[in-house]
Ligand binder design. Structure first.
Ligand SMILES: [Zn+2]
Ligand SMILES: [Zn+2]
Length: 449
């Protein structure tokens, strides 16, 4: 069960959520983003997968991960070794990012999720539950175990000529954990959690979008200027999840411009400076991002070379170009193809994290290759700039508010976009077009399967 009113988080259209068939989803009638999904047996499945995930997480962090053997000398690593080695080499910035994205964020996400699911399972509702679930949602984009796995693959290929790499029990647990974590995220129905939190009141919600705010976290539709609750301070907070209610993300354009410019400045040194130095049998070689791709290419690993090139060079550049285009289009109040521009924004949000793969490769190599003059890897300044590009572009995408794209449209264009959205979904999914009342909110579109 979920509340029947929702305000699209990407285009701000106020809509009624239709009753969904099992496994069906509803999409925004205007910008075609997915609003809700029906996830059968969500609580039981998420709980089971979360418990399994925590057990695997403990194994992945407590046992040897990979070992590196060269001319009779062996180094053994755990997941945390890369972080320690980077810190020891004075690269604390990369160490912090790697520790957060590969260990801390996934671990916290699983622990907090369990802390939310157990009371729900026991049909209790402690007062801290909504805030905790808010943190779970905020942590999700920063957990990058899947990207780390790709980093392992690249590292093993890079080292295969130089030495023998052996997998420890941790690696197998880590591999399964990625699927379990993805499964838990797919099974989790945020509405299930929010609908149990009864502090929200939906009485007296106005039906015009300009009079209401959709909570960015729990998607409750609230009247635009509610009287501040006692003790809540002057700024209005969501009555259900206690998140700050914002009509639009504050100073969205200014913040996004600043972050994009900072990322552009870091992009050049990130690609020109070496990201690591490899010493092998007395020979020293410096690797930039591109020479790393070249190495894979000359050793016949062209599929992996293509993946690393796309993730490390192409994706950050594409993301920056898209963000600059979106910013300019909003600044000049463009009304051109708002639905496609919203979709572009959605792409930048999803693909950015994969650029982190080269940062992970550096941390894995630094951890594995620690045999002094015989063989060693040190992280270099380029890696810090590269890491900064990835984090800055992710923050830039998060601070951009796609609703600004739609704010600039007049009523005629809005109606046209709405009709296009209906046509689009009907063509693709053959779902029922929602009926739009004369003065009420339009209905979101239902999709089966
Ligand atoms: Zn929308
Ligand atoms: Zn809320």
């Amino acid at each position: 069960m979920h509340d029947d009113l929702t305000q699209c988080p990407e285009c701000d259209l106020l809509q009624r959520i239709p009753v969904l068939p099992p496994g069906g989803s509803s999409v925004c009638a205007r910008c075609a983003c997915v609003l809700h999904r029906d996830r059968p047996d969500s609580l039981n499945r998420t709980l089971a997968l979360t418990i399994a995930g925590l057990a695997l997480f403990a194994i992945a962090n407590g046992f040897p991960f990979l070992s590196f053997s060269m001319q009779g000398q062996v180094t053994q690593t755990t997941l945390f070794t890369g972080v320690l080695e980077l810190y020891g080499q004075g690269q604390w910035q990369i160490a912090a990012v790697v520790a957060f994205t590969s260990i801390l964020a996934p671990g916290l996400q699983l622990t907090l999720l369990l802390a939310v699911l157990i009371p729900l399972y026991a049909r209790r509702l402690p007062s801290w539950l909504p805030s905790l679930f808010r943190y779970v949602r905020n942590l999700t984009p920063w957990g990058m175990m899947d990207v780390f796995m790709l980093g392992i693959l690249v590292s093993v290929v890079k080292l295969s000529e130089m030495a023998t790499i052996l997998a420890g029990p941790s690696l197998f647990a880590f591999g399964v954990l990625i699927f379990v974590l993805a499964g838990a995220q797919a099974a989790l129905d945020p509405d299930l959690v929010w609908s149990r939190v009864r502090r929200g009141t939906r009485a007296g919600v106005p039906l015009r979008p300009q009079d209401s705010i959709g909570c960015e976290v729990c998607e409750l539709v609230v009247a635009r200027r509610p009287a501040p609750a006692p003790g809540a301070g002057l700024r209005p907070h969501c009555p259900r999840c206690a998140a700050l209610l914002r009509y639009r993300k504050p100073a969205s354009l200014e913040r996004t411009w600043a972050l994009v410019l900072a990322a552009v400045i870091c992009y050049l040194p990130a690609n020109l400076l070496p990201i690591m130095t490899v010493t092998s049998l007395g020979r020293v070689r410096s690797d930039t991002i591109l020479s790393g791709v070249g190495y894979l290419l000359t050793h016949g690993m062209w599929p992996l070379a293509a993946i690393v090139f796309v993730a490390s060079v192409f994706v950050p550049l594409l993301k920056l170009l898209i963000l600059v285009y979106l910013l300019i289009s909003v600044e000049v109040r463009s009304s051109w193809r708002p639905r496609e521009r919203t979709r572009l924004y959605r792409i930048t949000e999803t693909i950015g994290r994969w650029s982190m793969v080269d940062v992970f490769v550096v941390s894995i190599l630094v951890a594995l290759v620690r045999l002094g003059n015989l063989a060693s890897v040190t992280a270099q300044t380029g890696a810090i700039f590269f890491c900064a590009v990835v984090v800055l572009t992710m923050l830039a995408a998060m601070s951009f508010d796609p609703r600004l794209i739609w704010d600039r449209l007049g009523p005629d264009l809005e109606e046209r976009a709405l009709q296009q959205g209906r046509d689009h979904v009907r063509d693709r999914e053959r779902g029922d077009p929602g009926a739009r009342g004369a003065d009420g909110p339009s209905a979101a579109l239902a999709r089966t399967g």
